[in-house]
Design a protein around this ligand. Structure first.
Ligand code: ADP
Length: 390
């Protein structure tokens, strides 16, 4: 099962996208509809609301939304009491609907307040639909809102900047409806369907060898989103989870592959399932770190990789007492601090790429001699600056 979060400001075209995805076979769970359902006439939800706010909010046993809104709009404590009743019911009903979905479902959770409620980590992928404010206002006016109302509602929602930080996929609906639908169709076929299959079958899409590219500033926000998902997946079974590797060093050229390190008290297979379900199935055959310097015994580890066909990412699971755990944190810290070392490492990487290594393991091995001489330098830097893993 693939869990997709879908959001967008009012008038952006979110419902249009949800309907198209449903047409392709996605199971759409509409957060607004669930929120209405749990306070329908005769429900325990409505009874709880009446017990809290009085029979006046439900004349004839039907919730008067306007009256309830009047009470909670002006009173933050009352709003909190209402949320305390409704949120758990919505959460339970949503979980029930998702649990009932077939194993191979692409579940799309349509949530207007996904960004405002910081829900991004709950999904394998977050889609954000957006259009320029003036375009949205004119669409809403066509739908019957006054321009003042439309602008007020838009102003009360998350900003474009906040939405961009959460978006794995940004669907621009500033143009013709057909352009948006074509984008959704391609997303369904090229990404959502294979991503779902990869998660269900615990496999990865082979995308050939990635190439070295200049540092991409969007790696940082992407890593934040993936970190939140990984942390949620491993919970307190891990000591810490970090974005590591070259993509975590601003200014350093890197392959477009994000690396993460999950540190566990003791290495075993207990993270296999939670990481696979979160979209990071185990990558067989990468179960040890090669000794530095060569000649010693290898150190066991586990490697997982993203099942997303459009995003390459590796997750290295290491024991807290593995020497590689510390070096994996130390290296990017040193390279972030030492511009000359960073330039030197980048030159080594560019040289090896020019040599035409076409597999990642081969390329990794070729970098080992540079690492062997760099480790004492990184250690010296740590000693002189007082750096610790923190
Ligand atoms: P939301 O669910 O985000 O509020 P909707 O999908 O309901 O947005 O779209 C808002 C309005 O704009 C609807 O009346 C819809 O038919 C219309 N609409 C959506 N996309 C476009 C578009 N690209 N061009 C013109 N009108 C659009």
């Amino acid at each position: 099962m693939l869990r997709v979060g879908l959001t967008g400001g009012i008038g952006s075209g979110k419902s249009t996208v949800a309907a198209r995805l449903a047409g392709h076979g996605a199971l759409v769970v509409d957060a607004d509809r669930v929120a209405r359902e749990v306070v329908e006439p005769g429900t325990p939800g409505l009874a709880a609301v009446v017990a809290e706010f009085g029979a006046d909010v439900a004349p004839g046993g039907v919730l008067d939304r306007g009256r309830l809104a009047g009470i909670v709009f002006a009173d933050a404590a009352a709003r909190q009491r209402l949320n305390g009743i409704v949120h758990p019911l919505v959460g339970a009903r949503t979980a029930e609907l998702i649990a009932a979905a077939p194993e191979d479902a692409v579940v799309v959770h349509d949530v207007p307040l996904l960004v405002e409620n910081a829900m991004g980590a709950l999904y394998h992928l977050v889609l954000v639909v957006d259009a320029p404010v003036d375009t949205r206002v004119s669409r809403l006016v066509t739908r019957g809102l006054t321009e003042t109302d439309a602008r007020a509602r838009i102003a009360a929602q998350a900003t474009e900047c906040a939405r961009r930080a959460v978006a794995d996929v940004w669907l621009d609906n500033g143009g013709a409806p057909d352009d948006l639908l074509a984008e959704v169709d391609a997303l369904w076929t090229d990404r959502l369907v294979p991503y779902e299959e990869n998660i269900r079958l615990r496999k990865h899409t082979d995308r050939g060898a990635p190439v070295l590219v200049d540092h991409d500033p969007t790696w940082t926000t992407l890593a934040e989103r993936m970190l939140a998902r990984l942390r949620l997946a491993v919970g307190d079974r891990a000591v810490r989870v970090d974005h590591v590797g070259s993509t975590s060093v601003p200014g350093l050229a890197a392959k477009d592959v994000l690396d993460f390190q999950v540190v566990v008290p003791a290495l075993d297979d207990s993270l296999d399932e939670p990481l696979a379900a979160a979209g990071f199935p185990r990558l067989p055959g990468f179960d040890e770190d090669a000794p530095h310097p060569p000649g010693g015994a290898p150190t066991p580890k586990r490697t997982h990789a993203s099942a997303d066909p459009a995003r390459w990412a590796n997750v290295h699971v290491r024991a807290a007492d593995s020497p590689f755990t510390r070096y994996t944190l130390l290296f990017p810290a040193w390279l972030r601090a030492d511009e000359a070392a960073r330039a030197e490492y980048e030159a080594v990487k560019r040289g090896l790429t020019a040599d035409g290594f076409d597999s990642i393991p081969e390329y990794g091995l070729a970098k080992e001699p540079w690492f062997d001489q760099a480790i004492p330098r990184a250690d010296a830097w740590a000693a002189s600056t007082g750096w610790t893993t923190g």
